[in-house]
Design a binder for this molecule. Sequence first.
Ligand code: SF4
Length: 544
Amino acid sequence: MNKSRREPEVFSSGERYRRRAKQWSGRVPVCVIYPNTYHLGMSNLGFQFLYHLFSEDNRFAVDRAFAPESIQEKLLLSYETGHKMDEFYILAFSISYENDYLNVLKILKDGGIPLNREDRGDKFPILIAGGAAITINPGAVLQVFDAVFIGEVEDAFSEFSDAIVENYEKNLSKEYLLRRLSEIDGFYVPGFYNYEFNREGRVTGVNPVLDVPGKVKRRITSDINNSVPRTFLFTSETEFSNMGVIEIARGCRWKCRFCAASYIYHPLRFRSQDVIKREILDMSQQCSKFGLLGALPTDHPELKDITDFIISLKKKFSFSSVRIGSLKDSIISALISGKENTVTLAPETGNERLRRVINKPITNHALFSQIERIVKNGLRRVKLYFLIGLPFERDEDVYDIAGLVKELLLLFPGVLFTLSAGIFVPKPHTPFQWAPFTDLEIIKRRIAILKKELAHKKNLILEISSLKSALIEAFLARSDIGVSKKLIELSGKLRGNNLLRMINYSEWIFREKDYNEFLPWDIIDNGIDRTYLLQEYKEAGVLL
Ligand code: SF4
């Protein structure tokens, strides 16, 4: 391997970090990759955390790579030292969003790495992936990666980093390392399993061919106070420029039936205020604001102490999301004094009937009271998240979204509302994993209802997410290794988002799954009983 291509430099992005890139000599070269732009990657806490874990370990020389910003860039080089992808020993991908699976193929192609793991011998790097999308279902990239990691990385890092270092230093085979990884809870090595297919080409069973677990257990960190995902590398080129983001809670007690985050990050855990304050203090020289992150950070029992501490440092703060009813006057006025001008709430539906179906027991009355309290304290911008295409949804439910928003506009004339409507994607490991993606004509009709009812309303910004992007997400989130092979085959022709024209995706997303059928992600033991999920799904239908 060519060990030194370019000296570490001051990056054009103006990054602020304590360390400079380490020299390769004697260290295991690892490239941590975010399969999207630099801007999005550096805004992603999971990516920053993985990079930090490798950087802190002196046995590794760690670099980063991102998806090329333009299609003109032909050869992908690492960000810090300009090395080629095949010069690294490990390529470690952090993947939060299913749609980025397509960028993985592009990055490897541009990096000169064969896409199919069976075509890569010992002379190519070992490809590993983790992150929320992988934990939900790695099916669409199982033919690409040598190993995927399911769950939370903190406890596992020391185990797999030891295995990697030993393999590198002793020049052992890739096969040997993969066997060691397969012994670590959370690792899934697809090459050690045999996949059964039906006549339509869908996987109907997965069986170990070696002495590896029949099910891969999602890894759960034993004590989240032992380490803290936060911003380690500050750059002006991120969405949260000048903001230190810190995870203060993980998991959510509410278990809304559509919410993958609630099921893949359970159980609910809160990081202690002492640990949070220590990290906030450590970041405080580098930023003027803190983003408090979690599935529902405003449920943190020590929230007031944490926000008081931030105020005492003369810094501002905001939350990744807010549970309706959880914002007290003191927190709202602290937000305002920190010049925060928008609060984001997620009623998801326009009425309580559909909220019972999705198991989000929030009343419209509670929503009105929360907004009243926000407005009384002086905040003038409210963003509301809704979903279209939920299971058991009817046209009337969408009219109810419009009705609810109209009522809010009347009640709070001085407030600027943003209605953000997402297209619902049924995700693995949730009670709605059996549900079909709502028929396209129905979705289009419901989008049209919203637009017609709410177009050109004063004090309202209407944002509707991309239907095409939701279809790609649904397809990739519900795929299996057969799809992964197909994507590799098609990769030469994939340009931008033309996937939907090239593949027959209908069968994967528009069919309600049979309750007894094998699901591609059934090999993952997420820690929640399938019978419970099914019971929840059936109950949602009964509540119609
Ligand atoms: S939607 Fe929000 S409240 Fe519901 S489970 Fe997910 S994070 Fe919790």
